[in-house]
Design a protein around this ligand. Sequence first.
Ligand code: FES
Ligand code: FES
Length: 161
Amino acid sequence: MAQTIRVVVNGRTVERSVPERMLLVDFIRDELGLTGTHQGCTYEGVCGACTVHLNGEAVKSCMMLAVQADGEEITTIEGLARDGALHPVQKAFNEHHALQCGYCTSGMIMNAVDFLRTTPAPTEAEIRHALIGNICRCTGYQNIVAAVAAAAAAMRARAAE
Ligand code: FES
Ligand code: FES
């Protein structure tokens, strides 16, 4: 059975007929072609590579159906930059060499952006805890934690201007 859904993805309204059992991650990647969202653990919900924002909050898009997003707003890594400028978290990942193969990176960043929205001045322990659901097999995490801390500082400085 197919069902028609309408979602706002990265600020653009899209309407599609999708199989009722299609996962949101597959909708994003295969229907919309937004392949910055990754699928890393064969839909088990453990790696975090598929993390996107649903109405501004980080969700693992392999853990919900596309039809459950009907009427909602989705942001993927492709929609994070504004007016050609990288989001501060993207910028910090770049500057702090917080990626190697990059497979985990979009999910890490989407999770970190949501985390910093609610925790603007995190401790290192809080950053590590927030990223516990995002697995990276390359970096050893140290540079990722440094990048999130740097992004938090940059965002606080910008807010104080
Ligand atoms: S693909 Fe969703 S958590 Fe791994
Ligand atoms: S950079 Fe390769 S999995 Fe994280």
